[in-house]
Design a protein. Structure first.
Lengths: 342, 135
């Protein structure tokens, strides 16, 4: 295995160089870190679009359809190169993973302007893998103007994507739960675009009503409320990038392509909205800040791990197992330990 | 910590729709700690090699029960070579007549598995072929 990454080839969009670069980045090797640093100045061009929702709602099919919309836009628009990152869960028991999103993306094969990479979550929570943001940066630097990120089908807490993507599409399907599910915190809150897929299945009218009323409920809590009814005080903690945008609810049948051009238009409208409202930069700043914080946490942990005395660590573990010291207290004590004198 | 996970692409070239075997092997490789990209049915050799390139896999597993192995397998091997992906290993499983096996091995595939093969054998062979341990 050679660890040398040809950065010029990556930037020129060479598929093998690009694929190897993503592997190094994903494995967090020295070469991967160096490549990321060298590529970083060339990032910041791409529109990152997250596609999330429960398992079985049709995320992969919809992702493929959306990619096609960007590849074959209405007359007058320039086709964009599309990178796809599809994340599937790693088994917590074996560490292995079955990455099956390509099954639904078969029709994109043969298109030079599309690059699909399957990623295992590798133990990360929240629907992405630890290296998803980094892999997106590599695709960004390689000139992919659109990056579609399909999360693990997790559900109510699958919200990491909102930190990474400029636009988040939440995919629902009929009969996935009652209307109380729809107003719980989490997945619906993060939607910039809400899609009710599988609109040919029974129960679609009920699902649509539930989602629409959940959206209205959310809207009435916002200062720019355009509807009638009660006028409430604006919420103070409303994320800045959300305010002013009315979340559209779009019905689709991804297997036949119905509704996908409407989703495409909504994505373009959201992009325009972020630009007009100067929220694009705010969104980027938010994302890079959280990336910096995460990197700091990882780096601090790695640094600490190198210095901790394994014997002290084992002793502490024994204390915990004997229920004499709580894990929380042990962490504080371990951080206070003098560096091992080797 | 650099993971260096074994990545395997499992695909069915050609037109047969019998995917029980490939799913059993996919699952066995997963349980051995590998990351397995499963493409599903009806992939052409071109699509398989392109997917293998994008996914940067160590190995490709082809499942063929249609009898078209003598045209599909050599084509995959050829395309890998011309793409400069000689390092990617290939194994074949399915209904392959005994007399075709030497010719398939000649094209460079590491192994040909028939019905009744133990999944453990496949797992170990993959680890040996790519020179990494799973997990």
């Amino acid at each position: 295995m050679t660890n040398v990454i040809d950065l010029d080839a990556v930037r020129a969009g060479d598929r093998i160089a690009l694929a190897r670069c993503i592997s190094q980045v994903e494995d967090q090797t020295q070469a991967g870190r160096q490549a990321l640093s060298a590529l970083f100045p060339f990032t910041g061009q791409a529109h990152l679009i997250g596609i999330t929702g429960s398992p079985g709602t049709g995320k992969s099919t919809l992702t493929a359809q959306l990619a096609r919309e960007f590849r074959q836009p209405p007359a007058g628009d320039i086709p964009q190169r599309v990178g796809i990152l599809a994340i599937d869960p790693t088994s917590p028991f074996s560490g292995g993973a079955v990455l099956g999103d390509r099954v639904r993306m078969r029709d994109l094969a043969g298109d030079e302007g599309v690059f699909i990479r399957s990623m295992a979550s590798r133990g990360a929570l929240g629907g992405l893998s630890a290296a998803t943001a980094a892999a997106a940066s590599v695709l960004d630097a390689a000139g992919f103007g659109i990056i579609l990120i399909e999360t693990v089908g997790a559900g109510q807490d699958d919200v990491e994507i909102v930190r990474l993507a400029h636009t988040t599409i939440v995919v629902e399907a009929p009969d996935m739960g009652d209307d109380v599910q729809a107003i719980k915190a989490g997945i619906l809150e993060i939607a910039d675009i809400l899609v009710l897929n599988k609109a040919d299945l029974p129960g679609v009218a009920r699902a649509e009503r539930a989602l629409r009323s959940a959206l209205e409920l959310a809207d009435s809590n916002r200062p720019f409320n355009q509807g009638g009814g009660h006028h409430r005080a604006p919420l103070e903690h409303e994320p800045v990038f959300k305010t002013g945008w009315r979340v559209p609810l779009i019905k689709s049948i991804a297997t036949s392509g119905q509704g996908t051009s409407e989703i495409h238009r909504a994505v373009l409208a959201h992009h325009q909205f972020l630009m007009d409202q100067k929220k694009w930069d705010a969104k980027n700043a938010e994302r890079l800040t959280s990336e910096l914080e995460r990197s700091l946490r990882e780096e601090l942990y790695r640094t600490w791990q190198r210095t901790v005395d394994p014997h002290t660590y084992r002793q502490m573990l024994k204390q915990i197992l004997a229920r004499r010291v709580s894990p929380q207290q042990a962490a504080i004590d371990l951080l206070k330990q003098p560096k091992s004198s080797k | 910590m650099a993971g260096q996970k074994i990545r395997v692409l499992m695909s069915k070239p050609g037109l047969d729709g019998h995917d029980r075997g490939i799913k059993v092997i996919t699952r066995a490789l997963r349980d051995a700690g590998m990351e397995v990209i499963y493409t599903g049915l009806r992939y052409t050799p071109e699509m398989i090699v392109e997917a293998a390139a994008q996914e940067d896999v160590d190995m490709i597993g082809l499942s063929i029960l249609s009898g078209a192995h003598m045209s599909l397998v050599p084509r995959v091997m050829e395309l890998l070579k011309s793409a400069g992906m000689d390092k990617v290993k290939v194994f074949v499983g399915g209904i392959i007549p005994e007399e075709d096996i030497p010719a398939l091995l000649q094209t460079g595939v590491t192994a040909v598995y028939g019905p009744g093969t133990s999944t453990q054998v496949v797992v170990q062979d993959v680890e040996v072929a790519v020179g990494k341990a799973a997990l």
